[in-house]
Design a protein around this ligand. Structure first.
Ligand code: SF4
Ligand code: SF4
Ligand SMILES: [Zn+2]
Length: 274
């Protein structure tokens, strides 16, 4: 297995010779099993906006949050999950509009703990003059498998490496260049070339429009690309490390269970022989 990193807002990891099931396990853990903070309870003291309390609470819960590394998961907390300073971080929102069409952004959410919005520019609600909101939001750690608000990524996908072959029947007519939706085909030195193979979506449009059957699109299932795009709660690299640690812990748990099961079986056999 060989890894290649490339980073912008997204992280692209290229696995050579890795099993699809293994890479997919990492992908599924990132989407479903990592603990990150999100608003889970909202106490609304006053809301004269056009949004119902439930919709307002739902909008708040979907704001990606940073921090919360010191929080204890509610199911492991001494409070038994009822909520306490160990498992919850508080954010408050106090706004009253002085003019019509006032947009309330996430920068108005004041953090009273270790958790705060990833971005200051997420619109929450629009208020008219005199409308008011007063609330307290409690953020907790949770997993994407329980609610999308705890999913730490907006993109987490696997793709096989595209393979594009161009044969000698190509007369460089340029039709496929025009029709390729990703604009990754180019003519260089009177030859058709592919500029960025990983951008190919395997749509096969080039194949369909070619009058000479000169281009063929397939994929290499021995080379996989995992793409991760974080919502900002943790960095792409942190998510990847967290997923690896989660997988290692699960394998350790499985190993211990197998060992104790083997112990029980051999103990049973000893009893029978005795
Ligand atoms: S459409 Fe066919 S012949 Fe024309 S440039 Fe593309 S591959 Fe070559
Ligand atoms: S398969 Fe689609 S994206 Fe890939 S080169 Fe052909 S037209 Fe472009
Ligand atoms: Zn608690």
């Amino acid at each position: 297995m060989e890894l290649e990193f490339s980073s912008d807002a997204q992280l692209h990891l290229i696995f050579r010779g890795a099993d699809l099931a293994f890479v997919n396990a990492i992908r599924r853990i990132i989407m479903a099993d990592l603990l990150i903070p999100a608003i889970d309870k909202v106490y609304i003291f006053e809301n004269t906006s056009i949004l119902h309390d439930e919709i307002l609470a739902n909008r708040l819960s979907m704001i990606p949050l940073k921090g919360g590394e010191n929080l204890v998961p509610p199911d492991k907390c001494n409070c038994g999950g009822k909520g306490c300073p160990q498992c919850e971080a508080i954010l408050s929102l106090e706004v009253e509009a002085s003019e019509n069409f006032t947009i309330v952004y996430s920068n108005k959410l004041k953090s009273e703990g270790s958790v705060y919005p990833v971005s200051e520019n997420i619109p929450i609600v629009k208020l008219n003059a005199g409308q008011k909101i007063s609330l307290e939001a409690h953020a907790r750690l949770g997993k994407g498998r329980d609610h999308a608000k705890w999913q730490p990524v907006s993109v987490c996908v696997i793709k096989y490496q595209p393979v594009i072959s161009i044969n000698e029947k190509c007369d460089v007519c340029g039709i496929c260049l025009e029709r390729c939706p990703k604009k990754i085909l180019e003519v260089k030195n009177k030859k058709l070339i592919v500029t960025s193979i990983w951008k190919c979506s395997l749509c096969k449009v080039c194949e369909e429009v070619c009058p000479n059957s000169a281009i063929n699109v397939s994929y290499n299932d021995n080379v996989l690309q995992l793409t991760i795009e974080t919502t900002g709660s943790r960095s792409n690299e942190e998510l990847l490390i967290m997923a690896c640690e989660y997988l290692i812990n699960k394998c350790e748990e499985l190993k211990e269970s197998i060992n104790s099961a083997i112990g029980v079986i051999s103990h049973g056999k000893e009893n029978i022989t005795n």
